[in-house]
Design a protein around this ligand. Structure first.
Ligand SMILES: *Cc1c(COP(=O)(O)O)cnc(C)c1O
Length: 381
């Protein structure tokens, strides 16, 4: 690998800034205008017109019937699992190759993750590993699927669309239907990604996007729960607004709710950001193309969207030949002020999750040793 050449190429894409980050927010639209309007109105907190506008914009963009903005993606996933019926001591199938929030959201429900392997091409949960696991351990009963080896109910499947690359959804949906396991999509990283022309996050019973500062659009901190099931959508709104019953003046709360509603001031920022999503997507697709040509000409594998999908290219990545190459790449780029990062440590390596049930993790371990993220933001050249 010729690092002079690599650092120069990346530097040039980002106006040769002294330090180039992986992904930073850009505010070149109506952000200040909407924030000023919001402040002038004094409605900066839990109610206000920007929250409703943001809901409508999200419904238009994703085509879902219900969008419920929340304080962050993690709390969105926490509630989404509750919505599909995850209870204390249940189990949830997910991937070990993910950001820790995916798995924390399971633990917040006092449920147990089962880590199954990812596909090499998408880096997301593999329908084959789910099918193999359930053939071996699954048992269908009247109230759902049980894990024969633990006796616990498996009440959800939580795939994650890694860096915006959609998982093989048709195949996964088929397996989960067969075993009567509802799907919650962790689409935190994949706003704008399409699977067979339809947005990721809209295939499962419930989906969740994140609008943290490093995501493709940001509300400062924030997330949204999306669903086509109106009942579940209404319940999501109820649970995230302290489970308060409608009454003209009394406070009536009959079950445990959460204060997870997105504040109006964050939604104001979100409205301005969503207006620019098409621009960001177009820019990223172009940058991904340029990276692909550059790296492929040098024998380095740049990760591209898979067949029948459109990736949002939130974080772009290279697959290097070995862990040794990966470490060299990380050192040489970071030392030159170009931020690059390895993919996450697999979740079963963390002390909280080291005793969870898992399969071979062959593909996850392969990717853990080889994938790096490279600067992927909007440089407005
Ligand atoms: C960012 C992210 C989340 C959590 O989102 P927050 O808004 O930061 O809470 C969850 N899952 C994945 C895969 C993420 O990348």
């Amino acid at each position: 690998m010729n690092f002079n050449e690599i650092n120069q190429f990346i530097g040039d894409k980002f106006n040769n800034k002294k330090f180039i980050s992986l992904h930073e927010p850009v505010f070149i639209g109506n952000e200040k205008k909407y924030l000023n309007e919001c402040i002038d109105s004094t409605y900066v907190s839990s109610v206000g017109p920007f929250v409703n506008k943001f809901e409508n914009l999200l419904q238009d963009i994703t085509g879902v019937k219900k969008a419920i903005p929340v304080v962050n993606g993690t709390s969105g996933i926490q509630v989404a699992l509750n919505l599909v019926g995850v209870k204390k001591n249940d189990e949830v199938i997910t991937q070990a190759l993910t950001f820790v929030a995916t798995v924390n959201a399971i633990a917040y429900n006092n449920a147990h993750p089962i880590f199954l392997d990812v596909d090499i091409d998408t880096m997301g949960l593999s329908s084959n590993s789910v099918s193999d696991f359930l053939d071996k351990y699954g048992e269908l009963r009247d109230d759902g699927c049980y894990n024969k080896s633990t006796g616990r109910r498996i009440s959800a499947c939580l795939p994650m669309h890694t860096f915006g690359f959609p998982v093989h959804l048709d195949e996964l949906i088929k397996v989960c239907k067969l075993w009567k396991i509802p799907i919650v999509e962790d689409a935190a990283e994949s706003l704008g990604s399409l699977y067979k022309g339809k947005p990721t996050g809209t295939f499962g019973e419930v989906g969740v996007y994140s609008f943290n500062g490093n995501k493709i659009i940001t509300t400062g901190g924030g997330g949204v729960i999306v669903t086509n099931n109106i009942k579940l959508g209404d319940r999501a709104k109820f649970l995230t607004t302290t489970a308060k019953e409608h009454h003209q003046y009394e406070f009536i709360h009959n079950e445990l709710g959460y204060n997870f509603r997105m504040p109006n001031i964050n939604a104001a920022l979100g409205c301005a950001q969503l207006e620019q999503l098409p621009l960001f997507l177009e820019y990223k697709a172009k940058l991904a193309n340029e990276y692909a040509v550059f790296f492929e000409n040098r024998g380095i594998k740049f990760r591209k969207e898979t067949e029948n999908t459109k990736a949002n290219y939130w974080l772009m990545c290279l697959e290097l030949e070995s862990k040794k190459d990966r470490d060299l790449f990380l050192e040489q780029t970071n030392n030159s002020g170009i931020m690059t990062r390895p993919i996450w440590q697999l979740m079963f390596r963390l002390p909280m999750y080291e005793n969870c049930q898992k399969d071979s993790q062959k593909n996850a371990i392969f990717l853990e040793q080889r994938i790096v993220n490279i600067p992927s933001g909007f440089a407005n050249k």
